[in-house]
Design a protein around this ligand. Sequence first.
Ligand code: PGA
Length: 245
Amino acid sequence: MANRRLIVGNWKMNGRWRDLPAVETVAAAVGDAVDVALCPPATLIAAAVERAEGTALRIGAQDCHAEPDGAHTGDLSAEMLADAGARLVIVGHSERRQAHGETDEAIGAKLGAAWRAGLVAILCIGETEDERDAGRALSAVGAQLSAALSARAEPERLVVAYEPVWAIGSGRRAEAAEIEEMHAHIRARLDDRLGAAAAPVRVLYGGSVKPDTAGELFAVPGVDGALVGGASLDPQAFLAIAEAG
Ligand code: PGA
């Protein structure tokens, strides 16, 4: 049986208090055909949770620290995010891998932290343009997945987002055949690692997902949803993507 689709918006470092009506707009329109979540910056999580209360919209975070508490100036733990009302957390986004030097090992620890705090973890993996050009896309992504899941895995609270680095924010979405091939590869690796327990793990695609091509994306076999950056800042565009799911 196919999993329910999941559409997640990642606001990245965008959003002020004045943008909270966008959360309300999305919350009011979310139906029950697909699961929908929004990950605003941490400063808005608690307020966004309040605006989404009583609706099917879930609010998530964009990153977490591996430890629950401690001397880590400026960081936020998964427990703090859960305390603010977050239900999910993105880990290992390529912007954090690149700008903050996050390693697969660190990302594995963050996954464990998300589960310790009771959150759904959205693990981002994806190849660079150089890796794809060199014919190493499948092996690079497979290695990221295996490394992040090497310690432990809670498949019931795991989502994987395949995000080719070259497709993020570039307006250049991966081709349907590339997405199908990679999603089949990820699914096979999940089956190897987790066996039958891998069934509920949803594999999303992310990277320049837009309303006009969302229908085509969701028709690709193996795509269980989308992680949406830029287009999630416009509630109408984000809702149109969710509707296509
Ligand atoms: P984009 O970002 O939709 O703006 O390409 C996707 C992401 O980084 O999750």
